[in-house]
Design a protein around this ligand. Structure first.
Ligand code: ZN
Ligand code: ZN
Length: 392
């Protein structure tokens, strides 16, 4: 908790999902949440039997929709992968669900069983449309939170180029049944404010971590410390004034920001669609996708805060560059022992940071937050790289 701000990281995956680390379970995450300065973590993968057994065994109810494992608060969360045909076209949409009770998980799990292999991985793949899923979830848990995940990723974002829609209203009857929109790593709130249909929504950001180390790389901030699922849902839906905003990756660092070809080592921020090297169509970036769908020259103003961050390990490597002879491990330990990660990346001012750790990075961290870094942008699955000059 930092000055009455609750930090939420609700979109994560566990060791029961593909390509996740072994310690990505309730115990591993509960241990790290505090060190990372996350006040409420999502359980992730709540429909997966082994994980749900642990949820039932260890989580103690605290407030409505809020549970505790040792000192760590959790909400019940999981992502679903919907793959279905609509008018002959294959749609692929990832949806993040946050449910209000363990009974609701059991009820909804029973209902989705006929639509896919629920136990094959932590993120079940269902042959169910986005609309049918909303109906099914709201019928069983009216207080749930439904969020389309990383909405711009080409293959699984609801507005993604390859298998999504051009508008939310093409996917569902009433888009307002979504509580908020998850921007994903390759877009930030400002980019989303070019899209008129999204004016009705708040943006949220979460880490989508596949290992405990990546927790908190993006997160959402809510005012107050005695929260329950109703207060949080209302904050997301702008029915109270508690949503402060998000901490964000620079979108340029995301893997789908620019258009490009990984194998041709080529990217572009322009509108061209054909690779000059192999002459095949480029993998379209989120920047271009948003420009194509936007009718606006400028984003509209909104009243939520955006704090830009760099992933923790990039900051560790930056310090190592300045402090030759100090090992990465020693730097990492010094930071972890002294400052919760979210306080370092988003909250403490530069002077406080420099008083707490011996690395004089306060000024650098403030520059990161105010979006002063430049990037070689990410494209076609390759992460972007910050261009870090000498910082005094
Ligand atoms: Zn996803
Ligand atoms: Zn190419």
């Amino acid at each position: 908790m930092y000055e009455n701000i609750t930090v939420l990281d609700l979109h994560i995956h566990t060791k029961y999902s593909i390509a996740c680390s072994k310690d990505a379970d309730l115990k591993g995450y509960a241990g790290l949440g505090k060190l990372k300065g996350i006040d409420i973590l999502g359980t992730g993968d709540m429909f997966k039997k082994e994980h749900l057994d642990e949820i039932k065994k260890h989580l103690i109810p605290e407030e409505k929709g809020i549970y505790k494992y040792n000192d760590q608060k959790f909400m019940l969360s999981g992502e679903l992968s919907l793959i279905y045909r609509e008018s002959g076209i294959v749609k692929k949409v990832h949806i993040l669900l946050i449910l209000s009770s363990i009974e609701a998980i059991d009820k909804i799990k029973k209902e989705i069983l006929p639509y896919g292999k629920i136990e094959s991985t932590g993120r079940p793949i269902l042959k169910l449309s986005t609309q049918d899923l909303i109906d099914l979830v709201k019928n069983n848990d009216a207080d749930s939170i439904i969020i389309p995940a990383h909405i711009w990723t080409p293959h699984f974002g609801i507005l993604g180029r390859k298998s999504g829609y051009d508008r939310l209203s093409h996917a569902v009857k009433n888009p307002k049944e979504f509580s908020a929109i998850e921007t994903g790593l390759s877009s930030d709130p400002e980019m989303n404010r070019y899209i008129e249909e999204l004016d009705a929504f708040n943006m949220v950001s979460f880490s989508d971590a596949h290992s405990p180390g990546k927790l908190a790389r993006e997160f959402t901030m809510i005012r107050g410390n005695k929260l329950d699922i109703d207060i949080i849902r209302n904050a997301f839906e702008n029915k109270n004034d508690k949503l402060i905003g998000t901490a964000e990756f620079y979108p340029e660092e995301g893997k789908y920001y620019a258009s490009g070809h990984r194998k041709c080592n080529y990217y572009t921020l322009d509108k061209n669609e054909i690779c000059p090297i192999c002459k095949k169509p480029l993998t379209e970036g989120v920047l271009k996708r948003i420009k194509d769908l936007s009718g606006r020259k400028k984003p509209i103003k909104h009243n939520k805060q955006t704090i830009y961050t760099l992933p923790f390990d990039r900051i560790v490597r930056y310090i190592k560059k300045q402090k030759m002879g100090t090992s990465l491990k020693a730097i990492r330990k010094k930071l972890i022992d002294n400052i919760p990660e979210t306080h370092l990346t988003a909250f403490m001012n530069g002077k406080e940071i420099d008083k707490t750790i011996p690395y004089s990075i306060g000024c650098f961290i403030e520059k990161i937050r105010s979006r002063e870094l430049e990037f070689n942008p990410g494209y076609d699955g390759v992460y972007g790289e910050p261009i870090i000059r000498e910082v005094k």
